[in-house]
Design a protein around this ligand. Structure first.
Ligand code: GYE
Length: 328
């Protein structure tokens, strides 16, 4: 009895004192906030793929503006639509020993070697916008859209617009790029349920207005009035197609239904004019999420392997109301 009272006494007094005085157990990992980098300490490289579309321009602005706001030192390199330039850009950033490299890969394949070089140099890679087909250990995280889902949405909307029956021509994005591959595939997956919706022609317009217009012109020369719908993998090509259809003497959005992807300003203007029937959103404003990821990665914090962006669909009915709220 006496002994246990003494024990309780000791436990109370020294136990508590111990709580305060004891140094933290070495078994518990402690993060020393003094060693953690802040945005102002970061040097971030970014290998952009080019400036082919409204989407890309907005994406570049978002990255540059966010870097400036956060006080991050950004080394921005433009690949001008060539994979070789992007590979050279990554190598340059490795030599410069930046803290982390962001890259929007123009096509899916052909990145293993240079990503491995970055890994060997201890520089993490964050893949932004378009996926790269490399093993997961070669990059820290992928930040971008669900392109397959965008293809599904486009087909679903198209099916409603044409009541399940159409002769569709497709303007494909850059050949071999993740968005073109998935938007192509996703659209067809849904079309399996609509046997009367036929893709009568499909060709790449390289995600640009000029090429989209040229390809649409050729489609019209080849198929004429037979075409009842256009599926464009981005808005710029849809705008090009609209011009080609008007020059051919048909009414875009009326004689030929058009659905595209991105939800950029040009698409809203075309919807307001009644020339485009719907656009599926693909968000280019990835700057804030990108630098947040970069900081976490550099500080060794866990990040998801895929950070998807949240996206909707827009129609002509409320395009005029929504346009002023759009940032790209
Ligand atoms: O849809 C298109 C751009 O990679 C998601 O690239 C991006 C695509 C976008 O050229 O407009």
């Amino acid at each position: 009895m006496k002994i246990s009272r003494v024990l309780v006494f000791w436990a109370l007094i020294f136990g508590c004192v111990g709580c305060v005085q004891q140094p933290p157990s070495p078994a518990v990992p402690q993060t020393d906030s003094r060693l953690e980098k802040t945005y102002e300490d970061l040097i971030v490289g970014f290998a952009q793929l080019g400036a082919e579309s409204e989407w890309r321009v907005a994406n570049t602005v978002s990255i540059k503006e966010t870097a400036e706001q956060l006080g991050v030192e950004l080394r921005f390199l433009d690949g001008q639509q060539k994979q070789d330039n992007q590979i050279a850009a990554v190598r340059k950033l490795i030599v410069q020993r930046v803290d982390v490299i962001g890259i929007a890969p123009i096509v899916e394949t052909g990145w293993d070697e240079v990503f491995q070089e970055a890994k060997d140099a201890g520089i993490p890679i964050i893949v932004v916008d378009r996926r790269a087909a490399v093993p997961e250990d070669l990059y820290a995280s992928y930040l971008g859209s669900d392109f397959l889902e965008e293809g599904h949405k486009a087909a679903q909307i198209m099916a409603e617009l044409v009541d399940g029956k159409a002769n569709i021509v497709e303007l494909v994005g850059t050949i071999g790029s993740a968005p073109a591959n998935d938007r192509y595939k996703g659209f067809r997956e849904v079309l399996r349920d609509y046997p009367k919706m036929k893709i009568i022609d499909s060709e790449s317009g390289d995600f640009t207005l000029a090429r989209g217009k040229e390809v649409m012109k050729a489609f019209l020369q080849k198929h004429g009035n037979k075409i009842t719908a256009v599926y464009a993998h981005n808005d710029d090509m849809a705008v090009g197609a609209i011009e080609a259809i008007e020059e051919y003497g048909l009414r875009p959005g009326v004689d030929i239904k058009i659905v595209s992807v991105d939800a950029a300003r040009g698409a809203f203007e075309a919807m307001i004019a009644g020339k485009l029937n719907a656009t599926v959103e693909c968000n280019p404003l990835l700057g804030p999420q990108f630098f947040e990821l970069a900081l976490k990665v550099v500080n060794g914090q866990p990040v998801p392997k895929w950070v998807p962006s949240i996206e909707g669909v827009f129609f002509p009915e409320n395009a005029a109301e929504i346009l002023p709220t759009r940032k790209y």
